[in-house]
Design a protein around this ligand. Structure first.
Ligand code: TRP
Length: 329
């Protein structure tokens, strides 16, 4: 059984693309592995959120993940900053991480370009903190997107270096967890590319029905098919892909036939897509609101999650301190 760990950015709400991308797989994966999910709030400090924003987003993200079906009874769900062991391991790992190699990472160079006024040391050592997150639980598999692959490679490097420097076989080298075929890419509503927060083309799981209707009705279409069985344009293909994800197969086939016969009316098509999206996201919204508004429940989950996560974290730290030569007098 693998130990799977995933760090969640504490910025941004979940949209349909996230759901069909990773979330659905996380929910499944938790039954097959020992899973750790945590909200990376320390990492978010590298971009200097206000204290209110920091707390607000952590709460939002926490409730959203649970609403999607991550089960805190099965997986260990926690907040990064609730584990003081992580910051201690980060400090220790920093001593064996070299400024040169950190400066060369793509994500650091990107950040220097993006926020030249705020090139803080936390940005430079971001991969070290991420490595601490992962190896503190001796995770073997980490589901990461393309943009995080280098960070995972750095984690392997730090784990290997630790083992080598102290002549131990202590940390496993984690590899990427690949969802393979099951990853469904959901396109955006703007006719091109995938759904994304920064693209402004997303349907959020917490969007209310009115907002969803508005967004879907505004989605880009074309002037309609002019001959039978015509290859649909990118924008229409995209709407069919979303429909495939949220609607019944019958509905999808009905509109595909209409398209192929040139009888489709995009207004009706989008109305149906909007209603099916609302129906699909409805249980999520209900569950989210229940969790989000229940502070007592949230507090209990966060506390229990931290307690569970600290079990493996404190054991690792105890071992690491000993390996590195810290001894009681
Ligand atoms: N860097 C990751 C991201 O931006 C978040 C993250 C932090 C993470 N620590 C992690 C992901 C550990 C996986 C494992 O998405």
């Amino acid at each position: 059984m693998d130990i799977v760990l995933s760090g969640i950015r504490s910025t941004g709400k979940l949209h349909l693309g996230n759901y069909f991308g990773a979330l659905k797989n996380f929910v499944k994966m938790q039954h097959e592995n020992r899973c750790f999910f945590f909200i990376a709030d320390y990492h978010s400090l590298t971009t200097h959120p206000t204290p209110a924003d920091l707390h607000g987003s952590v709460k939002q993200v926490f409730a959203e993940y649970l609403a999607c079906g991550i089960d805190p009874e099965i997986a260990t769900v926690f907040i990064q900053s609730d584990l003081p062991e992580v910051s201690e391991l980060y400090l220790l790992l920093n001593m064996n991480a070299y400024v040169g190699e950190l400066e060369r990472t793509i994500s650091f160079k990107d950040k220097v370009r993006l926020q030249p006024e705020n090139v803080n040391a936390g940005l430079l050592t971001y991969p070290v903190l991420m490595a601490a997150d992962i190896i503190i639980h001796k995770a073997t598999k980490v589901p990461v997107g393309k943009d995080q692959e280098q960070n995972l490679e750095m984690t392997r490097k730090f784990a290997k270096r630790f083992n080598h420097m102290y002549k131990v076989d202590y940390f496993p080298e984690p590899t990427a967890y690949n969802f393979g075929e099951t990853l469904v890419k959901i396109p955006g509503l703007d006719g091109s590319g995938k759904m994304g927060k920064s693209e402004g083309n997303a349907i959020y799981l917490t969007d209310d029905p009115t907002t969803i209707r508005k967004k879907v009705m505004k989605a880009i279409t074309d002037s309609g098919p002019s001959k039978k069985n015509q290859e649909p344009s990118e924008s229409i293909k995209n709407l069919f892909t979303i429909m495939e994800a949220v609607s019944e197969e019958e509905t999808l086939n009905y509109f595909k036939d209409q398209y192929n016969n040139c009888t489709i009316r995009y207004g009706d098509f989008k109305k149906q897509l909007a209603e099916d999206t609302i129906r699909f996201t409805d249980p999520f919204r209900t569950k989210f609101e229940d969790i989000y508004s229940n502070s007592t429940y949230l507090r209990k989950l966060v506390t229990d999650g931290a307690e569970k996560a600290r079990l493996s974290a404190s054991q690792t730290l105890k071992d690491v301190r000993e390996i590195m030569g810290f001894k009681a007098f």
